[in-house]
Design a protein around this ligand. Structure first.
Ligand SMILES: Cc1cc2nc3c(=O)[nH]c(=O)nc-3n(C[C@H](O)[C@H](O)[C@H](O)COP(=O)(O)O)c2cc1C
Length: 230
């Protein structure tokens, strides 16, 4: 059994998968367990579509055609990042970009190569399984946070099964193509996709870093200062 710390540390956004199939019963086991994720008032706002086999092949084909045709992205239903991303977030984002493209040997100014690498998103980086996570349009920020908890639970459970994943907001800009395949009811927003499969270990990758604990965590302890001047 994979220890929780091990699952957390070995989970990373894998962007190269083999075509080895992911058994349906494994996906069912993972998603049944992930259903125990917490959500405010237990409303369980996630709506998940799992796509494999011929429908996934068709989705990749249609997405590939859009990439080849330089088809404009679908109108955004949510902003991925604030338009004016402040520091330290802006700096972290550019560090990530540098790491991601240097692992692929792609120069920062090589726009075409970067586009090609990004296009791997819409082939699920070769993965034979994907899930798509929707949420009701009426839901607010706390329910979107619930989705995050759910999706991380899925990704950790996938580690327990020897599988890897990559969460992908990139699918939100091809949401119309995803909708052609999964036919979601009206009123849902596609938050993200997630590629799922066995890692292709022949590729290069750079492990992303993390900010030091003091940058993101504050321990509040010790005697409480009196609010009244003596
Ligand atoms: C909600 C969400 C959406 C993401 N969307 C994408 C995506 O569209 N494409 C991609 O390659 N990675 C995507 N990622 C992966 C992040 O880039 C990655 O988690 C981050 O850089 C930290 O790296 P690590 O997951 O390998 O530790 C996404 C991650 C999250 C949580």
């Amino acid at each position: 059994m994979v220890d929780v710390y091990e699952a957390v540390k070995s989970r990373r956004a894998v962007r190269a998968f083999t075509d080895r199939e992911v058994p349906r019963e494994v996906l069912e086991r993972v998603l049944s367990a992930a259903a125990w994720s917490p959500s405010g008032s237990n409303i369980q706002p996630w709506r998940i579509y799992v796509v494999t086999g011929a429908p996934l092949a068709e989705l990749k084909k249609r997405a590939g055609e859009r990439v080849a045709a330089v088809d404009p992205w679908d109108e955004r239903e949510y902003e991925m990042y604030p338009a004016d991303l402040k520091n330290p977030y802006r700096e972290r984002r550019s560090t990530f970009g540098r790491e991601r493209y240097s692992a692929l040997g792609v120069a920062r100014e090589d726009w075409e190569a970067r586009q090609r690498a990004a296009a791997g998103n819409w082939q699920c980086f070769g993965a034979p399984a994907a899930l798509f996570c929707y949420i009701d349009r009426d839901m607010g920020r706390p329910q979107w946070a619930d989705l995050g908890m759910y999706l991380q639970t899925v990704m950790l459970l996938l580690r327990a099964e020897g599988l890897h994943s990559c969460p992908q907001m990139a699918w939100s800009v091809y949401r119309a193509t995803v909708a052609e395949i999964v036919s979601p009811p009206d009123g849902l927003i596609l938050f993200c996709g997630m590629s799922i499969g066995f890692e292709d270990t022949t590729g290069n990758y750079v492990r992303t870093g993390r900010a030091p604990l003091e940058e993101t965590v504050t321990f509040v302890e010790g005697p409480v200062a009196s609010s009244h001047a003596a």
